[in-house]
Design a protein around this ligand. Structure first.
Ligand code: BYC
Length: 309
């Protein structure tokens, strides 16, 4: 068998492709694109939530949120490391993020206006992230799959954190319930956009499915998310802001209205409400972390000399 046949045979047998295995150039490029975008999303995702650490309504809420935000940093680390095994350097990836060349999830370009938004992010955004990421645990590239196993465990905790906040608010005072509903109204459609464009407009899906990088399509996952979330919203007594939402017995799922795809395109082009602020904040954090990187590099250098002596 030639290299390509070995690669195809592994995919057919559901075996992992590992860093030293031969792989088509486009498979490598596809993975670098997706894994690095995913890593950037985790790191940029720390920003809207991080804004609320100092304003959390109790010590307990603050501790839980701090842990969650730290987890996101860890997810970024696992994912950057997985991408590095494909032959791209961390510096190249970070540079692409900081200069605005790389994409990250559209969802993090929306503002977090109230504490209920922290709940909505955990419940809806992490809920959508898990829906997508559970299938990525079985993605064909070994290092990505292994990173996803740990990430998914932590994401379930994040989703519970958000749902707990929404439960407190929804069963709280009328003002608190209103805050929860307002957050639901603003986050619902942007969350549906996280799954990517409709299948018929998704240029990367065919290869992703063929190479078993994605196991399910954008629309399949979006549908599953809607089905799962409606019942959770009903329990909270919150209304999903979609007049087209309706149970469809024949497909055993909900029909739902489309997000505004022109808004999505605008956000991923860099023109969302918070794109510029997010990039400026990431650049600032990077500059301010320069001394940490220099100290870590100096320490590593010193250790090399000690070992050599
Ligand atoms: N935002 O051909 P398509 C999280 C881009 S957050 C921005 O369907 P693909 C977290 C796409 O990149 C979730 N861009 O692409 C939660 C492509 O452009 P390029 C992060 C998007 O790759 C809480 C173009 O549109 N999760 O984890 O087959 C706190 C056409 O799309 C988006 C992941 O990244 C979007 N929403 O499917 C902290 C999961 N959607 O690259 C963190 C891994 C599409 O050709 N990623 N685009 O220029 C994936 O599963 C897939 O990459 C996607 C898109 C489903 C996102």
């Amino acid at each position: 068998m030639n290299f390509e046949e070995v690669f195809e045979a592994k995919l057919a047998k559901n075996e992992f492709i590992e860093p030293k295995d031969w792989m088509p150039d486009n498979y490598r490029k596809h993975l670098i694109r997706q894994i690095s975008q995913h890593a950037h999303s985790e790191v940029v995702g720390m920003l809207p939530e991080g804004n609320w650490i100092s304003r959390a309504p109790s010590l307990r809420a603050k501790l839980v949120l701090l842990a969650k935000v730290q987890d996101e940093g860890g997810h970024g680390l696992y994912l950057y490391t997985a991408a590095e095994t494909l032959g791209i350097s961390r510096d190249e990836m970070i540079d692409a993020l900081l200069t605005g060349k790389a994409k990250y999830s559209s969802i993090f370009n929306y503002p977090t206006l109230t504490w209920a938004d922290v709940g909505a992010i955990g419940w809806l955004v992490d809920g959508a992230a898990i829906m997508n990421q559970v299938m990525l645990q079985r993605t064909s590239y070994g290092p990505y799959s292994r990173a996803m196993v740990r990430i998914c465990k932590e994401e379930s905790f994040h989703q519970r954190q958000g749902y707990e906040i929404m439960t407190h608010l929804s069963f709280g005072t009328p003002e608190q319930k209103e805050m929860a509903q307002d957050a639901m109204n603003r986050w619902w459609f942007p969350t549906l956009m996280m799954f990517g464009p409709p299948d018929v407009e998704s240029p990367n899906s065919d290869n992703a499915l063929k190479w078993r990088i994605k196991r399910e399509s954008n629309d399949q996952l979006r549908q599953r998310f809607v089905n799962q979330t409606v019942i959770q919203a009903e329990y909270l007594g919150l209304t999903i802001p979609d007049p087209k939402l309706k149970w469809n017995e024949s497909k055993k799922g909900y029909d739902y209205g489309d997000p505004d795809w022109s808004e999505f395109k605008n956000v991923i082009k860099g023109n969302g409400i918070c794109n510029k602020q997010r990039l400026a904040d990431r650049n600032k954090a990077h500059r301010e972390g320069e001394w940490v990187r220099a100290a870590a590099a100096a320490y590593a250098d010193k250790q090399k000399h000690v070992q050599a002596a």
